[in-house]
Design a protein around this ligand. Sequence first.
Ligand code: ATP
Ligand code: MG
Length: 445
Amino acid sequence: MLKRLLNFLSSRPDATPLHTPVIVSRDQHPISRKNISSGALRIMRQLDEAGFPAFLVGGGVRDLLLGGHPKDFDIATSARPEQIKRLFRGARIIGRRFQIVHVRMGREIIEVTTFRGPHDQSVNDDGMLLRDNVYGTVETDAVRRDFTVNALYYTLDGFAIHDYTGGLKDLEKRQLRIIGDPVVRYKEDPVRMLRAVRFAAKLGFTIEDGTAKPIFELAPLLRNIPPARLFEEVLKLFMNGSATATFSLLREYQLLEHLFPATAAALADGDQLGLELIEQTMANTDKRVRAGKPVTPAFIYAALLWPPLQSRLRELSQSHTPLEAHMQATHDVIGAQLDHTALPKRFMMPMREMWDMQERLTQFHRAPRLVERARFRAAYDFLILREASGEHLDGLGNWWTRYQSADEAERERMVLEAQKQKPRAKRRRRSGRSRSKPNPPSTGE
Ligand code: ATP
Ligand code: MG
């Protein structure tokens, strides 16, 4: 089926923006209505019956054409937000900069947007869009989208695909191409640079040269994006099952230094253990996402900020007691990061606790209480990752693994035994502190 689509495309001239689209009819593309959510189809039909043309667009169409299962469906229509709201009982208008409508259909929430128009000249000195609230037609909507493969429109009218920007050819070439002048489009919204990397990682696409090149120079514009929006993007970057590839592309395109500057600096200083820890965390996160298991931003942040935490600890260890150094370093590293990406309290507290517990896990007399703590599992998983990434911790991870499956009597024996050996461990740690990669500081015995 996809072959037929490719043959069809090769016989067509390229679509030019704002001109007649390439229209691919139902027998020439592989999208089957069976794979589209019934809620989205219902909304499109209802909009259409009310006299508003409506299309399926964005990731849903792209992923269906690639043979995947879209995680959600977006609809674009000529109806204005208030008109959409009037048509559907479960509709809620959200967003200020550009209003979108969330329509609830059973357990699904479908995003419905009004066609965007050519924006007025409301850009700031950096070329960033301040407003984006002019409405338009499907033609103007297409060229306001980010990448050509995200601007394919599926219509109920003949079940055809409308391509205004050459997205089908780029899909065939498995490449991401930004629509329009890349520099202008990145300046309008610098988050598009992160989106380029995210889609490249997730889809295994290349980033077309003209789309890739300006990123190196324009990456600093990410500093103008509010930390709360960047936090949302960080979640999408690392929690979609392709965190490993995403992290590597973020480094390659020098975007990491504008999202996690202290992390990028520590890695640039050659912190191999830190790099290994982050990569292990990303690989682990991907495995969990793919297996449908929960993942938390707290864990991802704990790993991403671990290298700068260690580096700050080294700086403070000369002038502070270990406990003070730990508290100060935690405070400094979190404070500096919050200038770039937000981290809501509900994630920050567990992250801090995971860090604090790294040292407590070396205090064996606390084991019976520690193992009962809510964050024990996360802290233990973090410890295992530290060891897996090459940090030498005297078999601490293994000790905790055994402790968890031991019965009461065995646990008591383990603690006594470990305490007898503790002085040795202490000496080893102290001499370790003078090396370039210290263990986390002791928080006092
Ligand atoms: P995902 O699979 O992650 O949902 P998606 O392509 O659907 O991918 P969304 O963030 O859901 O991405 O956005 C839906 C669509 O809206 C995109 O496909 C794109 O056409 C458009 N879009 C989203 N963000 C931007 C942006 N910053 N600039 C231009 N167009 C955008
Ligand atoms: Mg989407």
